[in-house]
Ligand binder design. Structure first.
Ligand code: ZN
Length: 319
């Protein structure tokens, strides 16, 4: 698969981390002289210079990539509606990309979940005038600092003005510039704060980190996520989407339903192998050594979440 500029940057990050740390990306090392730099720091550093690419989707919708998670933009006479805000340091490049689409102001921002690579831009998007929409779980998690050992990073709370003010506890439909915008909440999957967005008339859906197109996903076991929840949520999303839907994944290029189904089947395939080994009493290191992701590595194994890291995530997430 052709890699985007961001994927190449992040691949460089992964290679650098492996070189400086002598350890796998994402592993927290409490001791030893060569503690690796948190991937978060490296990803932020990359975002500070990564150009923003704009991909036209259908109708009035575009995708911006290059600032952490992908950003969806709906534009029209009423203004702009964004799904996810990327990483804060990308602000000048994201603002330039938004201005190139239209001069309409940002009216709404929907956060698909709490992770910083989707919410770190909230303060400037709020300052530009947007009302921010998210699940109650996202509000809870961005309101205080939060430690994620798998990223070896403590994320600070968002400033008060950047905390979503429209708090969803059930699905909600918005009507914005001729589009029916369905915001759908899901049970804990990638995190316990997830939602996704369907733009009905355009037949486009923004799935946040429920879908990583062509790369292994991160799953936030420490904050309610887990491999089984992820598969269950993806099954429910697949059942709802039309066959010719255009999909904005959390990471990776614009996708289609076939790619999303392949991603779901990869999750289930790795889960079944890891689960069988775990049931035999194998330790996490033994399961990693057995390379349960091997059939999928050629497609999915070239990103920040490498095969070993993904295997550990699946193992830890099995209840
Ligand atoms: Zn995420």
């Amino acid at each position: 698969m052709k890699r985007s500029r961001l994927q190449n940057v992040l691949l460089d990050v992964a290679v650098t981390l492996a070189a400086v740390g002598g350890a796998t990306v994402g592993m927290a090392r409490a001791e030893g002289p060569t503690k690796p730099v948190s991937p978060v720091i490296m990803i932020n550093k990359a975002a500070a210079t990564t150009p923003i690419d704009t991909t036209l989707l259908r109708g009035p919708l575009s995708m911006l990539s290059g600032s952490g998670g992908n950003i969806t933009v709906l534009t029209g006479k009423q203004g702009k509606l964004m799904v996810d805000a990327g990483i804060a340091v990308s602000r000048p490049r994201v603002e330039a990309a938004l201005a190139a689409i239209s001069n309409a102001p940002i009216k709404y921002l929907i956060n698909t979940h709490y992770h910083w690579d989707h919410t770190d831009g909230n303060p400037w998007v709020r300052d530009d005038g947007a009302t921010i929409i998210a699940t109650a779980g996202t509000v809870k998690r961005v309101s205080r600092s939060i430690r994620v050992d798998d990223w070896d990073f403590t994320f600070p709370a968002l400033p008060a003005r950047a905390i979503p003010t429209e708090v969803l506890t059930a699905n909600k439909t918005y009507h914005f510039d001729g589009q029916t915008v369905e915001v759908v909440l899901v049970d804990p999957a990638h995190t316990d704060t997830d939602l996704y967005v369907v733009f009905k008339e355009a037949n486009v859906a923004s799935l946040g980190d429920l879908f990583w197109n062509g790369v292994y996903p991160f799953i936030d076991n420490e904050n309610g996520g887990g491999i089984d929840g992820m598969i269950k949520a993806d099954d429910a999303v697949l059942a709802r989407l039309k066959d010719d839907v255009v999909l904005v994944p959390g990471h990776g290029p614009v996708g289609n339903k076939k790619q999303f189904r392949e991603f779901r089947d990869m999750l289930a395939g790795v889960r079944d192998k890891v689960s069988a080994l775990k049931k035999q009493g194998k330790s996490r290191d033994e399961v990693v050594a057995a390379k349960p992701t091997a059939p999928y590595d050629a497609v999915y194994g070239h990103f920040v979440i490498d095969p070993d890291f993904f295997t550990r995530i699946v193992y830890d997430g099995l209840r």
